[in-house]
Design a protein around this ligand. Structure first.
Ligand code: ZN
Length: 491
């Protein structure tokens, strides 16, 4: 038995204008999947019914549960004429005076699909970049009882091991005051790393605005690197021992970090990348002298007034360092390395290309990936990588989403791309194997990736877990979800 709501939907699908005109009060009715009569008329290319519904002033902006307007549905099913009628209707509604707000909503819903947020993104901190040079603010926040400190030791975050599966052990200022003191006192610029007492890395990450807005509306978050080395080695080692007695331990971030709560994972991603960058930039790349941390850990500079070290080649020759000429100082800023990662769709659209590296666990396959090179667009990097790694020629490339990847400081830029050839040839030998996989194979692999690795069947292919962007890219294709950009499947 069909209910009245199904009747208007069926009527629209069948082009039964007579039935629709005697049920005018139901013309905007949405079924359980959000479909209106207009969606059904659009889906089945009922041009006259669409004209009728538009003349009846039905809401052409309504979207179904997949976020699709009737115009989008029509276009997807190849009913271009219907799509054009609906486009024209939307445009005329945009230019009607007094409907500015509605018009904006229409544009947004029509042209932009919702962004997908990957794991390690979605941080809740307001970074307050403009306060990084305010020593008074930094001093006050650093020593505030509400401030929270994440500790890293050789890249390993401090976790509270009494709280499985993974919980950051947030410390407060008194826990580490003995080591860090206050590097922002008065006009003090923190001394270079490795120079006596200031041999640590500290970075201001931002504020969690729990009570309203502003830099004082919640706890400030910091990361401190306490890797035991140099003159602070003994203190750092003692600290680690004390913490261990509280069941706080430094743990390898992989795989545990992937079990963190989203907000904490984003903080860890930021913290890890910042500490790693500070550590790797202790020396000026132009003159080799030690650099100084500035802007609460977000900038390093070659001290402009410092003499070349006594006995060095520069000192002997009285050479001016290259970074000191004409008032130019050598600053360096945190680095993010862009990587493209791509789900390659077969020309027939029923298979995707996945590859595996020799070192990966048995049966593991993933999306192809590689660093973007200088002078290369994202799309070009996708085409080059796929050609080099698998010998496949790529046509159009669509952007999907991105993922911070703090191992140590990459940004994974996720794409879907259409293959225009299908013969695989491993040109650069970076992969051990690359293969086309069908939709059922991929769906099976995606679902078993939810199981712990040991529980997965080695008879099936294995895929990265859902916290990895590769998983999301392949899932988007496998479930025929939409993605933003000029998608290859949206044609
Ligand atoms: Zn220099």
């Amino acid at each position: 038995m069909s209910t009245p709501s199904n009747n208007v939907h069926e009527a629209a699908a069948q082009g039964d204008v007579t039935f629709l005109s005697s049920n005018r009060q139901l013309l905007n009715l949405q079924n359980d999947r959000g479909w209106t009569p207009l969606h059904f008329a659009a889906r089945y290319g009922q041009t006259e019914t669409v004209r009728f519904l538009v003349a009846e002033k039905v809401d052409t902006k309504l979207v179904n549960s997949e976020g699709k307007t009737a115009a989008k549905v029509a276009r997807f099913w190849g009913f271009e004429e219907v799509a054009k009628i609906l486009d024209a209707e939307q445009e005329s509604s945009v230019t009607t005076p007094g409907t500015q707000e509605v018009a904006t909503a229409t544009i947004n819903r029509g042209r932009f699909s919702e962004n997908y947020q990957n794991f390690f993104a979605g941080g809740k901190l307001n970074r307050f970049g403009f306060l990084r040079t305010e020593n008074a603010y930094l001093t006050r926040t650093l020593t505030s009882p509400t401030s929270r400190f994440l500790l890293l030791s050789n890249g390993r975050p401090l976790f509270d091991t009494t709280q499985p599966p993974a919980t950051i052990a947030w410390l407060s200022y008194p826990d580490i005051a003995d080591i860090i003191g206050n590097p922002y006192q008065e006009e003090a610029i923190p001394a270079p790393l490795g120079e006596g007492k200031d041999e640590f890395i500290i970075v201001f990450l931002g504020v969690l605005e729990e009570n309203g807005e502003g830099p004082d509306s919640g706890p400030a978050y910091w990361v401190v690197d306490v890797s035991p080395r140099g003159s602070l080695e003994d203190k750092m080692t003692a600290l680690e021992k004390n913490l261990s007695e509280r069941k706080f331990d430094f743990v390898e971030p992989r795989p545990k970090a992937f079990k963190l709560e989203t907000g904490d994972a984003a903080i860890l991603a930021q913290a890890r990348a910042m500490v790693d960058w500070n550590y790797r930039n202790q020396y000026c790349p132009a003159c080799g002298r030690r650099t100084v941390s500035m802007d609460a850990g977000h900038k390093r500079t070659c001290p402009p007034d410092e003499e070349a070290p006594a006995g060095s080649v520069e000192a002997k020759k009285k050479v001016t360092p290259p970074c000191k000429s004409k008032g130019v100082q050598n600053f360096s800023y945190p680095r993010t390395d862009p990587v493209v990662i791509v789900c390659v769709v077969h020309p027939t659209e029923d298979k995707v290309l996945l590859g595996r590296q020799k070192t990966w666990p048995k049966g593991m396959y993933s999306a192809l990936a590689g660093f973007i090179e200088a002078g290369e667009s994202m799309e070009e990097a996708v085409r080059r990588e796929v050609k080099e790694e698998a010998g496949i020629v790529i046509g159009n490339v669509a952007y999907h989403s991105s993922q911070p990847w703090p191992f140590p400081n990459s940004l994974m830029i996720g794409c879907l791309a259409e293959a225009v050839t299908d013969i695989i040839k491993l040109e650069d030998k970076e992969l051990e194997e690359a293969r086309w996989f069908t939709r059922p194979q991929v769906i099976e692999a995606l679902s078993q990736s939810k199981l712990p690795f040991e529980a997965q069947s080695s008879a099936l292919i294995r895929m990265p877990p859902e916290t990895a962007i590769a998983h999301q890219l392949v899932k988007t294709w496998a479930l025929e979800k939409e993605w933003s950009g000029a998608g290859v499947l949206a044609k």
